[in-house]
Design a protein around this ligand. Structure first.
Ligand SMILES: *Cc1c(COP(=O)(O)O)cnc(C)c1O
Length: 490
């Protein structure tokens, strides 16, 4: 399978697309066509376990990898050790709605589904592309990505990972998760500034010509663990298939029936993987794109105009606090049948005016597949409380947004709500939604939440309180380059 840049100026094998992360013309790598799964194959796949389903789907896109290599990567990534409760957990909650829990991995967020596998695919990709250098993964994080990437890359041979997080911009649990990270190849720094300062600093490093040349001389090359990397998108296709088969197995739907998926959306990576599953032949009707007060996607789906010129809101669902959803560029490429000139021109408009209009025809195909809804923090908390009281199901602040959106959509199909984080990960806000005057001390909140929900605190979160704090440095945003030079001794 050949991969193309969404802006048209580069082609790559899957291995090169994964090793490189972003295309050189600034575009994102996309497969030249959607791999197809026939009805017969779909039936066969439905009887297999998660890892076997993963292997079949990955083989269709990662054609430069041998079947043995893919098997090895998958079995190492999705093992009992990393996912003790099973890779994903499917639950029918009401007649109309099921929940697919994607947070039973090591960091209790859905990003583990991709970031446990990506380092394994990347190591192999580097061998295949003949890259002899050590790969340096730079991450700017507002919380979930940093920890999931640290867990994924910890002690992976031939890689180093450096994470920068805003000093006051992550929750206490998220901060503890990062600063207690073990591993000989990991570094974590707090930045005096907000997430944008960290992100801008990382982007500057990625494009610093002097830095890149020095790195080359010393045997290093940069890559990305962000969802712009194809190697992070492709693992996410698998669980859409798996969820569908679970719904068939527990007789919520009959084989061949269509379902909807409601997805709490930030960078548009998760929901886009679902669109790939649909285009491959999985019977899906609509994707319900759920946003918080940063409602740029809901407006876009309604009007066909993407406009990032609006205030940024800090919300209780911080992983969705985003005004530019990078993966939308991949969707636009597919909706226009691979018109890379058109995509490049919209992206230029976005850069220069913060805004672009996809026109009537493209809007029509967008709306055939997607609907969008958004709610604010107050409504999110109300949803957590109502769902908990009515069904006993305790949702985190992100998943609650998707639950609400699922109920806004009128339709006969069953809807699967994609659950992206453990409620314990956002314990303080979840607790305050279900209990008035709740504690604001994070470990007390975990205990209290466990008591009322009768769920177990994820062991790795429980033990955070007593782990040694290994990464205590805070730096100015202006010191990021110097800090990196010190770590790499260049
Ligand atoms: C990252 C994240 C999201 C958003 O996913 P995208 O792929 O960026 O759309 C939603 N919820 C949680 C908990 C996340 O960590």
């Amino acid at each position: 399978m050949i991969f193309k840049s969404t802006r048209g100026a580069e082609e790559a094998t899957s291995a090169k697309a994964i090793a490189q992360g972003l295309a050189k013309d600034g575009g994102l790598f996309v497969p030249e066509h959607f791999a197809q799964i026939s009805q017969k194959e779909l039936l066969e796949l439905s009887d297999k376990d998660y890892n076997e389903q993963a292997k079949v789907i990955l083989q269709k896109y990662l054609t430069e990898y041998t079947n043995d290599e893919i098997s090895q990567c998958v079995d190492e990534a999705y093992s009992k050790g990393t996912f003790p409760d099973g890779q994903v957990v499917y639950k029918k909650v009401t007649e109309k709605i099921s929940v697919l829990e994607l947070w039973h991995g090591p960091t209790s967020a859905f990003k583990d589904m991709a970031l446990q596998l990506l380092p394994k695919l990347l190591t192999k990709a580097i061998e295949k592309t003949g890259e002899k250098k050590e790969v340096v993964i730079l991450v700017a994080t507002s919380g979930d990505t940093g920890k999931a990437a640290l867990e994924g890359f910890c002690d992976v041979a031939g890689t180093k990972i450096v994470v920068f997080y805003p000093q006051d911009g992550v929750s206490q649990i998220q901060k503890l998760q990062m600063i207690t990270q073990k591993g000989d190849n990991v570094s974590v720094f707090a930045i005096k500034g907000n997430f944008d300062d960290a992100q801008t600093g990382v982007k500057k490093l990625f494009s610093d010509k002097d830095m890149i040349a020095t790195m080359q001389n010393k045997g290093y090359v940069f890559s990305s663990a962000n969802s712009i990397n194809w190697g992070r998108l492709v693992p996410q296709i698998i669980y859409y298939f798996n969820a569908y088969f679970s719904a068939v197995q527990n007789k919520t739907i009959a084989f061949g029936d269509k379902v909807n998926f409601a997805v709490p959306t930030g960078n548009f990576g998760n929901i886009l993987a679902g669109y790939y599953a649909k285009c491959m032949g999985l019977p899906i009707n609509k994707f319900i794109c759920a946003s918080n007060s940063n409602n740029v996607l809901a407006d876009f789906i309604k009007t066909g105009v993407y406009n990032r010129n609006r205030p940024f809101h800090q919300t209780i669902s911080p992983s969705m606090d985003i005004l530019v959803s990078s993966n939308l560029e991949r969707l636009l490429y597919h909706l226009t049948d691979g018109d890379s000139k058109q995509v490049a021109s919209w992206m230029q408009d976005l850069n220069e005016q913060g805004c672009y209009d996809i026109g009537q025809e493209c809007k029509k195909s967008l709306q055939e597949n997607f609907v969008g809804y958004w709610i604010d923090d107050e409504q999110t908390k109300k949803t957590i409380k109502e769902v908990f009281e009515k069904t006993g199901c305790l949702l985190d602040t992100h998943t609650a947004v998707a639950w609400f959106a699922a109920n806004c959509h009128d339709g006969l199909e069953h809807t699967i709500v994609v659950s992206t984080a453990s409620p314990f990960k956002f314990a303080i806000d979840v607790l305050s939604a279900v209990q008035p005057n709740a504690t604001t001390e994070p470990f007390e909140a975990l205990q209290e939440l466990a008591k009322i929900s009768k769920l177990n605190i994820p062991p790795k979160m429980q033990e955070l309180e007593n782990l040694p704090k290994l990464h205590n440095q805070t730096i100015d945003a202006g010191q990021m380059k110097q800090t990196l030079e010190q770590i790499l001794k260049i």
